[in-house]
Design a binder for this molecule. Structure first.
Ligand SMILES: [Zn+2]
Length: 401
């Protein structure tokens, strides 16, 4: 039975109708806007978006007038670590990546907390996020709790099941899922349909495992994710084999005969064949201009997490250069171990206010580009068009264009 339609009126509505993933100069093109618009919703789905006209509302429509705001499609948070949500406020910020990591490692002995994960998901939903790229497999039971919380709060999730460490037995019988995710994914078809094998990072995961996980994603038609070029310590470790990451990892996961590749992160990832369409690299803080162009040419997408980078103290990604390079860019919050909230709109606000990134580009990163980077290319994802979920958010004041 059809319920009463809901008519949501707003000063401006941005639908992203007709837009696909956007790169380069197209990022800055004016957005199509409907002034004094109405979003007609029936049974949770968009029926129509059009200019407001009281006389032409459907019979029985319930009107909600949101006033002088700009509505846009619900956001995509392309990179978050939901299972670490209980560690909010417990890590060391502002002193660089190695100090942050040193503070995090002992905390990983704590079990994940169901209520913290549920709160994180509800907070995201309340802030107008619908689509989430979640890193899974950091903690025992973490994936199961994160998946249940996403479903319970109405979020549409893609799980990236992270392989971590060196010397991990990785025979065909164990592929494609890493140990902490394997039982949960293989026992649940709905979860398996929205999960990908993934790698943690070039400095923490065996290169053969990374290459195999990437190959599994290609075979399965899934997005492959890994952290890339996040910190100066990462570059130092990969190029020289030394620095603080060596000290941290040689006690834990690094095999005694480990040799550095002698390459910067981007070159090493290219050498391993990890960067291609369908790959979602995360961070890209330490990419130079030429590397940004190589990344763009590879077809891989890049998720920027600017507030996490600022909080940890790893630097600022070359956002303008990345935009000009033609790289497919999107936004993520990272986890609550390096951010104060999981409201991905605040990443865009930070880029607007700190780097003067045009709002038109940021709206695209938050919506259609994020959906594309997560492989969410079904009808209406990242858009407000007939048949899409009637999930929207209010554009923060500084992003109104
Ligand atoms: Zn991360």
């Amino acid at each position: 039975m059809s319920t009463h339609p809901i008519a949501i009126r707003a000063k401006t509505i941005i639908t992203m109708a007709g837009e696909g993933a956007v790169r380069s100069a197209q990022l800055f093109a004016p957005l199509k806007r409907i002034e004094n618009g109405v979003l007609l919703v029936r049974n949770g789905l968009v029926e129509e978006v059009r200019p407001w006209s009281e006389g032409s509302l459907p019979t029985g429509a319930i009107v909600r007038d949101l006033g002088p705001v700009c509505l846009m499609p619900a956001c995509v948070n392309a990179h978050v670590h939901l299972e670490l949500s209980h560690l909010v406020g417990k890590t060391r910020w502002g002193k660089g990546f190695a100090r942050w990591l040193e503070s995090l490692v002992p905390l990983l002995a704590l079990p994940p907390d169901e209520s913290c994960i549920a709160k994180a998901c509800l907070d995201m939903w309340s802030a107008g996020t619908l689509y989430v790229g979640n890193i899974a497999g950091s903690l025992p039971r973490g994936m199961a709790l994160a998946d249940a919380a996403c479903r319970g709060s109405g979020l549409i999730v893609r799980h990236f099941c992270e392989w971590f460490g060196f010397g991990e037995p990785f025979v065909d019988g164990q592929r494609p899922w890493p140990p902490r995710c394997r039982a949960y994914v293989t026992s649940n078809n709905a979860v398996a349909a929205c999960a990908s094998p993934a790698g943690h990072a070039l400095y923490s995961t065996d290169p053969q495992v990374l290459a195999s996980a990437h190959a599994d994603c290609v075979r399965m038609g899934r997005v492959f994710a890994l952290h890339l070029a996040e910190s100066p310590e990462e570059t130092e470790f990969l190029t020289t084999g030394g620095g603080p990451l060596r000290t941290i990892y040689e006690q834990a996961v690094l095999p005694p005969n480990w040799m550095p590749p002698g390459l910067r992160p981007l070159a090493y990832a290219m050498k391993l064949g990890l960067l291609a369409p369908g790959t979602l690299a995360v961070h890209g803080v330490h990419l130079d201009v030429q590397e940004a162009e190589v990344l763009a040419a590879s077809g891989a997408a890049l998720c920027l997490c600017p507030r996490s980078n600022r909080n940890i103290g790893v630097g600022v990604a070359p956002v303008r250069k990345l935009m000009e390079s033609g790289c497919l860019l999107c936004l993520g919050t990272d986890g609550l171990t390096s951010n104060r909230s999981l409201d991905v709109r605040q990443e865009a606000v930070w880029l607007r206010e700190t780097l003067d990134v045009p709002p038109e580009a940021l709206v695209r990163l938050l919506t259609i580009n994020g959906a594309t980077a997560l492989g969410m290319t079904s009808h209406g994802m990242g858009r407000l068009v007939p048949g899409s979920p009637a999930a929207f958010c209010i554009l923060p004041e500084s992003l109104v264009c």
